[in-house]
Write a protein that binds this ligand. Sequence first.
Ligand code: FE2
Length: 367
Amino acid sequence: MNTGTQDFLPLLGTDFVEFYVGNAKQAAHYYKTAFGYEGLAYSGPETGDREKVSYVLKQDKVRLILTTALHPDHPIAQHTNFHGDGVKTIALTVNDARDAFHQTTSRGAKSFMEPKEMSDEHGTVVMSGIHIYGDTVHLFVERKNYNGIFLPGFRELKSEYNPASVGLKYIDHCVGNVGWNEMNPWVKFYEDVMGFKNILTFDDKQISTEYSALMSKVMSNGNGYVKFPINEPAKGKKKSQVEEYLDFYGGPGVQHIAIATDNIMDTVIKLRSRGVEFLQVPGTYYDDLAKRVGPIEEDIDMLRPLGILVDRDDEGYLLQIFTKPVEDRPTIFYEIIQRRGAKSFGAGNFKALFEALEREQGLRGNL
Ligand code: FE2
């Protein structure tokens, strides 16, 4: 995806995703038990932070931080009160956090954190940050001169309770929901301010059911390591799923995080056995699947009971499945994805998926 011009914001990948939550201790237990994460690092009063606690979890290359404020007037407590549990930060690893800050703010990004150096006996990390949609931010993390377990200020998180991994490997993409007529301005933000390219576009004709619709554009950075689809609601006979999200999150935010596995059947069997709930498409989805996607390595009769979906593009195929929201509010959910050549996002599954989603929306009385 090299365009020949120099990438002014070279990204090495997703560094971590930070959630602001109501109870980080319990959220950490959930992510370990249900999704197979392991404890990595911790900060809180015991490490000298009297304002908040953070649990850092990891699974292969995926790192999550779960953070809770210790006092009701803390901005993190207000964030959680307003949005419910949700993603505050999508952190990106860079070689030069000062330059990343300069490049983006000089192109119009609003500063969230001026470049800040943090050191301990393991070295130095430089971080900076900018605002994106809603109350969400990007942090730029420069850790090339650091060899500690996570970041200065954190200690190792050890536990006797260590459920096995479910095979999650890395973050494939993070999707943002923005408001009416806000998709294109955010597309332009990622183009102008971050040097991303629009690699795929879905209009409301492609992403609609009989009742509701949305539009989506996929933004990718220069090396393709970081992909951010941006959704906005579109008009239908009933309420768009994006609108339901905006109502309950209180504005734009991260809708889903797609995490890659290289054995989706094994991963989904494990997730289901640990209580993770998935959207269920009708059994008829599988009746014409072989005809629609052609030969695949997996046995369709085994995909069917697991609810795993398949789609094909010019370069190969992919398998994917979506969880139900993992919060009480119908906001953030996860996608589990296995790519077998395909670089797309499963457009062939949108209709079946959105019909499944609308059934859930209907049950919540939000359609
Ligand atoms: Fe996705």
